[in-house]
Design a protein around this ligand. Structure first.
Ligand code: HAM
Length: 444
């Protein structure tokens, strides 16, 4: 857990409304943000597009608990990965269960698949999720301690490369639909148990031979998790890394064919990709295809994923591999990229009508009147706490509505209401029982 729930000075103002700040004793935990109403149109847009893409490619929604047994991450994501070693938020329940705030979605989805025997359904099962995840990282742009992901997972059935291509495609199309441009996919194959162990040994031997020239972390990785050697960003290790053996040269025939077919699907779809032999993805459950999606000028990945045929075995659920592949995208990073690339703010479902009420009898009528607009499916806004015509008109103007309805004491008495065209300022009085119809006619 973070040592303190208070933000450092100046932090945590990401979404704040400009102007005078209130003094507050507590702030949201470091690296965790409120999503304020002004930000919501971006989030709604991504939720909407996620649903559209999932429906189109036949992914059904799954929601798993935010807390999961720690073991599924230790066994699946990997005990020696940064996520498990350094970034998990852990809790002990009163029943002494060891639980973790989920740092990622894939092990939980696999757990649910096994727990609920989804293998009895038509295979493969295609699932998608949208929700919060937690990693105790050093907060910076695009890296938060609570962040959201949308994920696509295909579990069961065949280990057909077409599914690898489809999970990449779903993520890629989702990003495209958000109007994010200049995307590239980095892709690699990590092979299967057999060919990877040959490669791992080669890599280990190579680094051991060069142990005098590499950093302390790499010396540790060389024995604990050799593939992570390729992740090292230390400048002194780059020369050694550049000469290191490459996984693609060690793929067995089946893995080589599998990877070739994934790339052929991407070629057929016209999706731009770069082979990246250093892409290892840092989660232990991957085998064969791994990939990440990037946008130009944004140096962290928008999404990533890969095949994880061994995960069900790693969770102790089966003795043979269960074909599975998936991808997930980070919502905050998508929004940051949309903004950086100048994508227009998604339009809110704006109300076109504002109800102004003046005086007690009018306020009394207002709620019922609003209900008749609700029944007619017309969105209407108001400020029931305000009394003066001037302040309510100002608000109506600010909300850029087309029509203001003015209900005063006299109108209530005469059972009328004033319709004001906000653009021209022209006003007309109509019978109260005809106002919904009249408004409907006027708004496009
Ligand atoms: P991941 O690469 O760890 O993969 O995360 C996927 C995406 O989540 C990243 O590309 C990024 O957009 C976002 N993300 C990750 N960490 C943070 C963070 N601290 N702050 C903001 N955004 C973040 C997985 O999580 C795998 N479960 C993906 C997968 C699905 N593999 C197979 N199926």
């Amino acid at each position: 857990m973070p040592k303190s729930s208070r933000n450092k000075k100046g932090k945590g103002k990401k979404n704040s409304v400009k102007g005078k700040k209130e003094n507050l004793l507590f702030q949201s935990p470091r690296g965790m943000h409120d999503i304020l109403p002004l930000e919501q149109p971006w989030w709604n847009k991504i939720r909407e597009v996620s649903q559209e893409v999932s429906n189109f490619y036949n992914f059904s929604r799954i929601d798993t608990p935010i807390l999961e047994p720690v073991e599924i991450f230790e066994r699946g994501t990997g005990a020696s990965t940064d996520i498990v070693e350094k970034q998990m938020f852990l809790l002990k329940s009163r029943g002494r269960d060891r639980l973790a705030l989920r740092p990622e979605g894939t092990p939980g989805v696999m757990r649910a698949y096994v727990q609920h025997s989804l293998s009895r359904l038509g295979q493969p099962v295609k699932l998608y999720y949208f929700g919060p995840f937690f990693r105790h990282e050093q907060p910076q742009a695009g890296r938060y301690r609570q962040f959201y992901q949308v994920g696509f997972e295909i579990l069961g059935g065949e280990d057909d490369p077409v599914y690898d291509a489809q999970t990449i495609l779903a993520g890629y199309r989702l990003i495209e639909k958000l109007k994010i441009k200049n995307l590239t996919i980095k892709i690699n194959s990590l092979g299967c148990k057999n060919c990877r162990s040959v490669y791992r040994k080669k890599l280990q031997d190579y680094y051991k031979k060069n142990s005098g020239k590499i950093c302390k972390d790499c010396r540790r990785r060389a024995s604990s998790n050799p593939l992570r050697l390729l992740d090292c960003k230390n400048e002194n290790c780059q020369a050694i890394k550049n000469q290191a053996p490459v996984m693609l040269d060690y793929l067995c025939q089946q893995c080589r064919n599998h990877f070739r077919q994934v790339l052929e699907y991407l070629d057929d779809l016209g999706m731009p990709y770069n082979l990246d032999s250093y892409l290892v993805r840092g989660l232990d459950y991957y085998s064969r295809t791994v990939f990440e999606i990037f946008a130009e000028n944004y140096n962290v990945s928008l999404g990533g994923g890969g095949r994880y045929d061994y995960l069900s075995e790693m969770l102790g659920a089966r003795k043979t591999p269960l074909p599975a592949v998936g991808s997930s995208l980070g919502i905050e990073r998508l929004i940051e990229t949309m903004k950086a690339q100048g994508v227009n703010e998604p339009v809110r479902n704006r109300a076109k009508v504002f109800l102004i009420q003046i005086g007690k009898p009018a306020k009394k009528k207002a709620l019922c009147l609003i209900e008749s607009f609700r029944s007619a499916g017309i969105k209407i806004i108001e400020s029931l706490g305000k009394d003066s015509l001037k302040s309510q008109l100002r608000l109506a103007d600010k909300e850029r509505v087309e029509i203001a309805l003015i209900l005063g004491q006299r109108e209530v008495f005469e059972e009328n209401i004033i319709i004001r065209d906000m653009k021209s300022g022209v006003q007309e009085t109509v019978p109260l029982n005809k106002v919904v119809e009249e408004v409907k006619r006027r708004i496009k």
